[in-house]
Design a binder for this molecule. Sequence first.
Ligand code: AMP
Length: 419
Amino acid sequence: MSSSVKGMRDLLGDELRWFQRIEEAVHRVFGAHGYREIRTPILEYTEVFKRSVGDSSDIVNKEMYEFLDKGNRSVTMRPENTAGVVRAMVDHKLLVNNDPQLFYYMGPMFRYERMQAGRYRQFWQIGAESFGVASPESEAESLVMLFDFLQGLGLKSLSLSLNSVGTPESRPAFNAAFRAFFDARANHFCEDCHRRIETNPMRILDCKNPGCQAALEGHPTIVEFLDEASKAHHTRLKELLTALDIPFTENPRLVRGLDYYTRTAFEVLSSDLGAQSALLGGGRYDGLVKMLGGPDTAAFGWAIGLDRLAMVLKQLQGDAPFDPPALLIPLGEKASAEAIRLAREWWGKGLSIQLETRGCPLKKALQSANRTGVKLALILGEGELEKGTVAVKHLDTGEQEEWSLEETALNLGGKGTRS
Ligand code: AMP
């Protein structure tokens, strides 16, 4: 017996139905905002991730599915999709005129992660990226889309955790103040933080180590050291969010640790599951397009884990609504031919009908129907053929009745019975 690759699973049944409901909402809601879908390849040259996600990140160092192809080129199964989308923007020269470009994506990502509950090595992300607009208004628009999407799915207790990480120009002032703070209590910080103070001091703020979090009490915040333009940007975004009823709290320890992040950084938390937990994160990344060889372009985006979102929705709402197709069971050769013709007519009207084509006895057909979750069996025997009716069996109650063909089409119509 073989099994699926560790950390990778098949999607089917109720979990897949949740995925499909979410995906349908993505197309509808994001499409209405003028975002267009993009599908980039799963494989990219490894350079794309090394240059964007960064050589020093855990993703690049430890988690990439990276290998040499038969032409001896190093390729990687994408661990995230922002790099691929930016690479595509540059390849297709979509950013040369500085027009706003709005894109969303959905698809599988791959990270060789340590195994733990809810973390997979193939997982799915949904993301939206907007290019060419630097304004706080563009961020507010994107966040409204995100909140309307999540609330539309039924998530209620959402809040935004917000920070500004400034710009490469304003960061040295923060770094200097933070260094002085750090040096005064250096022995309370972990080894990793001692490395970070040299390479990327901001990253100390979101160190997972509880000792470091305690030692950070009273730390200088990035916001205190923002340049005037970044400060105005941050204030304006908060005003817009307040006016739009998007609840937020400022979190001075929220950082996106990579160099190309500028200004806004955020996470969305949901308390729908009790303890507040982060559903997704994002921010402004004005430096990335240039880093990947494109023109200097403002950019803002975020990514949600679809696996996690589906799990939250299932915990909140139970099984995804599912209306299985009715099963049409013909009895005998004549009925079998007529059943295909009839089903075709009904399919043409948009009804969902599954056809029993085994030519088996009714009892066997009904046993299979019961096991596979069919609710309604339409039986077409010699007698029904002559009368132009079907015998209808409700499998959950055992109740039986007879419908004319017109009645059947009418009763099954408009039920949205597609799974
Ligand atoms: P990141 O790209 O690391 O900022 O992750 C964004 C979102 O993707 C997270 O909030 C998770 O919901 C989801 N995610 C990241 N890694 C995994 C994984 N290994 N398995 C499942 N979901 C993941």
